[in-house]
Design a protein around this ligand. Structure first.
Ligand code: NCD
Length: 478
């Protein structure tokens, strides 16, 4: 958890996720039976972007727990419209409530809110970045439908670029060993920083594979119409041989999505509000995977279809009565899942599996500052409300020990060019490429700079190459 609340799915330990899902099951079994749990407590529901399910189910959940709800809906109904900052808004709502749920268009806004709030903050969606509570609903649905989260094969379809539900879900699923297939709309593949995180932080290879039966989802001319002939996939079931070997050995290997294969389709709409270009081209533009009775017919007989909703036209209405469609059931689970999360975050129910290690012990910040390095994401809160932010980066280390820097608010990458360190009493700086294989603990012994000027301003001097053999200590034996 992050400061007692939930900002990113990565704030949660796997035990914490399991605790939420188990308590949610208890809540679901008797949805009206917990009406005194949060008596006397207030949830602030701050939705600065449209919402039906997230706001509705959070508010329903708090009411079902016997708590009360106060709210702001849309940016027009708050003093932010008068120029009040997000930080000040949050300081005030903290005084009026015991927990805050927030949805806001700026990426990283929920984290900034959590840093200034005196009560737990729960992220109900921060721009195109993350939507961790939707992931909890998705995981709950998967357990309910499939019996377990182990060994799932999930096809993530649609707008993988801007879809915050997809970003959070990927990192939720990666813990449970799912195999993932990415089936994006044209030009709407995963953002580079999400791909990098999958590969570096989670150590998973993303492979290009032939589209196999997914081709049908793109209609008439299939995926080829995108100018592509393959899709990305992550194979990660540890018990199976790595599929890369299969690909190399068998050039004719086809994606093994055969009739009847048990696949989970997680479909998302085009997030037109996050991209002016998308808004303009609307429905007409670009190829986009669509689920219809026809494309699903016998190919995916034992699959199920999920969608965080709202659905626009990526799932045809004739699928609604199909037994494979589980998206309305999924939306209903929002209430027990959020009842569970609120009860745990408010300390009204104990953490069980997470007790002692996840229980209230926040995920480590582990971020570093990098002098002069700016986040390049225009919708990041760092660029929208810089006065409240403390820019910083979380650092990931690749297999070769190389470092990648991700904005702590929105996850976008940007690297410092130099690092500084104290050596033999002197402050020196060196090119970042020379820094490899360091522990999280060591990280804080270094400073980071965008360029040499920044380093010099901070009184670091260029390191002079040490002569060969210098600094060696010889022990003379008898
Ligand atoms: C999603 C969202 O807001 O990100 N909806 C939801 O919370 N259930 C998906 C979307 O808007 O497309």
């Amino acid at each position: 958890m992050y400061r007692g609340g939930l900002i990113s799915i990565e704030d949660m330990s796997t035990e914490e996720i399991v605790d939420v899902l188990e308590l949610a099951r208890e809540m679901a079994q008797d949805i009206r039976g917990h009406s005194t749990v949060a008596q006397g407590l207030i949830m602030a529901s701050l939705f600065f972007e449209p919402s039906t399910r997230t706001r509705g189910s959070f508010e329903s959940a708090m009411n079902r727990l016997g708590g009360r709800v106060i709210s702001t809906v849309g940016s027009g109904s708050s003093s932010m419209e008068k120029g009040e900052t997000l930080v000040d808004t949050i300081r005030i709502w903290s005084k009026y409530s015991d927990v805050i749920t927030i949805r806001h268009p700026w990426e990283g806004s929920a984290r900034l809110a959590a840093d200034y709030a005196s009560v737990p903050v729960i992220n109900g969606g921060d721009g195109g970045h993350e939507h961790p509570t939707q992931t909890l609903c998705d995981l709950f649905t998967l357990v309910a439908e499939k019996g377990s989260l182990e060994g799932l094969r999930v096809a993530l379809c649609g707008d993988l670029k801007h879809g915050r539900t997809v970003h959070s879900l990927i990192f939720g699923l990666l813990r449970f060993g799912a195999e993932l297939f990415f089936v994006p709309g044209e030009g709407l593949g995963l953002p580079e920083h999400v791909r990098a995180k999958i590969q570096i932080q989670y150590g998973r290879q993303i492979e290009r594979v032939p589209p196999g039966d997914f081709e049908a989802l793109y209609g008439g001319s299939g995926l080829e119409g995108n100018g592509e002939s393959s899709l990305d996939a992550i194979y990660m079931t540890p018990s199976r041989p790595h599929q890369r070997t299969l690909l190399e050995d068998e050039p004719n290997f086809r994606l093994q999505i055969s009739p009847g294969s048990e696949l989970v389709f997680y479909v998302t709409r085009k997030q037109v509000e996050r991209d002016a270009g998308l808004k303009e081209e609307g429905k007409a533009g670009g190829r986009y995977p669509r689920i219809t009775r026809d494309t699903m017919r016998s190919r995916f007989a034992r699959s199920i279809v999920l969608h965080p909703l709202p659905r626009v036209d990526e799932i045809s209405y004739d699928m609604d009565e199909d037994h494979r469609s589980r998206y309305f059931v999924q939306a209903g689970y929002g209430v027990p899942v959020r009842m569970a999360l609120l009860s745990l975050a408010l300390g009204l129910r104990p953490w069980k599996k997470a007790e002692g290690q996840g229980d209230g012990t926040d995920s480590e910040d582990g971020t570093v500052r990098a002098q002069g390095v700016e986040c390049q994401n225009g919708t990041c809160v760092v660029n929208q409300e810089p006065q409240g932010c403390e820019p910083g980066f979380s650092v990931m280390q690749g297999e070769e020990g190389d470092l990648t820097f991700a904005c702590k608010y929105c996850g976008w990458h940007n690297a410092p060019a130099f690092y500084g360190v104290q050596q033999s009493g002197q402050l020196i700086y060196k090119p970042i490429g020379r820094l490899r294989f360091i522990s999280q603990h060591q990280l804080h012994q270094f400073r980071f700079f965008a360029d040499e000027e920044e380093a010099r301003t901070q009184r670091y001097g260029l390191s002079v190459r040490e002569p060969e053999g210098s600094g060696r200590v010889y022990e003379v034996t008898e």
